[in-house]
Design a protein around this ligand. Structure first.
Ligand SMILES: Nc1ncnc2c1ncn2[C@@H]1O[C@H](COP(=O)(O)OP(=O)(O)OP(=O)(O)O)[C@@H](O)[C@H]1O
Ligand SMILES: [Mg+2]
Length: 488
């Protein structure tokens, strides 16, 4: 049995990732390049579309624990769970494994009861106070003539069980990547709507991250029923998380429904999975998109000799271009597809836009390409080849196509949504939907420098839907109270 070594431990407010670097041996060649990321993401996406990821119980709001026990893990996972428990000394005293809740490209995630909840700083726990469980009052048999029930003493009070998500990162993941995920989560501690890291353990090459368990529903089960105000609340929660992450100059890189755990009942969401996240401009090299338009034109002029050449050059002398393309198919921003070498936090805004497009169109997955070229075709079909060409030039790429279904001007987002929801032009888009589409077009700007930022998005009329009215109601109430005071 290997000895468990905590790599980060948070007690009373502070988490320390051990100053010592991990001494995890490499099980696979360290391929930190984008191809690995991309194929991993693709594998992941396939698993996700086959519906393997979520086994939500949805029973947890009850005080009873029995619902958790009703779904026993099958033999294979039982064996995996046993192995996990045996890998870390003292694991069984800290956590009671319940079941597997997710299996991604980089990890398996288990739900467990947290037996050491009180050892940690739980300021992230919004339900802390609500969760103090008090048994129903007992009728007093001892105090005669008293109709008032006895309330339980402090010792009788018991807290609802607390749960954690244990993310067992595959040993084939590169140690640098694992450290990166834990460090970024550590930097983001205390950020609104971002899943906090409670602690992490390492045993030889096995690392587990301990996260609070967040109850959530499967996106596929609720997105079709969402009203426009529901969408605004969902997106507000997502953009609150993005604002926190982007303020720290961190790109999440993998914004998609399975990485945003949303509970439609409480209407709260939390962003998870920083496995592909990175700090802005760490590895970036200058890209033309950051130059002014005049400078860009001057640099591009020599490349353009009037007519575009069709086909492939027999000997292409142009240097190959490398850029981070990590992310999930269908959610990659155009600049990722065009291999922009200076990607910014705006790539996450595009992906959030794809989520909104999915909800408005009631189609999941909305984009369904097999590779980056197909992804460009899908985007060009909507936006038209003119705009796509301009978007390509921004990053120094030329885009030419003879595909007949790609029109010059594409389609408006309104017509895409009407078609995908099987409505005719007569069944008009509602005013609320129009506002959502206006916001969507700001998220799906092909030019990242024009795309809305998370901070501005939170001020957009669509994301403020319902907020201003409730603020007004609040001030009316205050006015009424003042009137009442005057009456006294
Ligand atoms: N804190 C949490 N609370 C509840 N469920 C969680 C939590 N963290 C992760 N999960 C579940 O586990 C799944 C996989 O988690 P995560 O995305 O972090 O792992 P991953 O291996 O990087 O995933 P993938 O490759 O699927 O993107 C999530 O989609 C979610 O269903
Ligand atoms: Mg994930």
């Amino acid at each position: 049995m290997a000895t468990g070594m905590p790599v980060g431990r948070r007690r009373a407010g502070s988490l320390q990732i051990e100053a010592q670097p991990f001494r995890i041996h490499e099980d696979a060649p360290s391929t930190e390049d984008t191809e690995m990321n991309e194929s991993a993401s693709q594998d992941h996406e396939e698993a996700e579309q086959e519906g393997e990821l979520l086994e939500e119980d949805g029973q947890e709001s009850e005080y009873s624990e029995s619902s958790e026990e009703e779904a026993p893990a099958d033999g294979h996972f039982q064996h995996d769970m046993e192995k996990l428990q045996d890998s870390f000394a003292g694991f069984r005293e800290k956590y009671r494994l319940i079941k597997r809740i997710g299996e991604g490209t980089f990890s398996t995630v288990y739900k467990a009861e947290d037996l050491v909840y009180d050892d940690h700083d739980n300021s992230w726990d919004l339900d802390k106070e609500l969760d103090k469980w008090t048994p129903p009052p007992l009728k007093s048999f001892t105090s005669q003539a008293s109709e008032t029930p006895d309330y339980p003493s402090q010792s009788q009070r018991r807290r609802k069980p607390k749960y954690v998500a244990i993310k067992k990162i595959y040993v084939t993941s590169s140690p640098i990547r694992i450290l990166n995920e834990l460090e970024l989560l550590h930097d983001l501690r205390g950020c609104q709507s971002v899943c906090p890291l409670i602690t992490a353990f390492r045993s030889t090459d096995q690392v587990v991250a301990i996260l609070p368990y967040f109850r959530h529903a499967d996106f596929r089960d609720y997105f079709r029923e969402m009203t426009v105000p529901d969408m605004a609340i969902y997106l507000r929660s997502l953009f609150t998380a993005l604002h926190s992450v982007h303020t720290h100059n961190i790109l999440h890189r993998d914004i998609k429904p399975t990485n945003f755990l949303y509970d439609p009942d409480s209407r709260r969401g939390v962003l998870v999975d920083f496995g592909l996240a990175e700090r802005e401009s760490v590895d970036s090299k200058p890209c033309l998109c950051h130059d002014g338009s005049a400078a860009r034109k001057a640099r591009l002029q020599p490349l353009y000799n009037g007519e575009p050449k069709s086909g492939y050059a027999r000997e292409d002398t142009r240097p190959s271009r490398r850029a981070n393309r990590a992310g999930t198919r269908g959610f990659r921003a155009p600049e990722v597809l065009f291999k922009c070498t200076e990607q910014t936090t705006k790539i996450d805004i595009w992906s959030a836009g794809v989520i909104l497009l999915t909800i408005l169109s009631r189609r999941f997955p909305f984009f369904n390409s097999a590779d980056d070229v197909e992804a460009m075709i899908e985007i060009a079909t909507i936006f038209g080849w003119r705009r796509m060409q301009v978007a390509a030039l921004l990053h120094g790429c030329m885009m030419e196509t003879t595909i007949p279904t790609i029109g010059k001007s594409g389609y408006s987002l309104e017509s895409i949504i009407l078609w995908s929801t099987n409505r005719s032009d007569k069944e008009k888009i509602s005013e609320e939907e129009r506002l959502a589409i206006k916001f969507l077009s700001r998220c799906m700007e092909l030019d990242p420098t024009r795309r809305i930022s998370a901070a501005d998005a939170l001020q957009h009329e669509f994301l403020r839907m319902g907020l201003d009215e409730s603020a007004e109601e609040g001030s009316e109430l205050e006015d009424d109270e003042e009137m009442n005071m005057l009456k006294v």
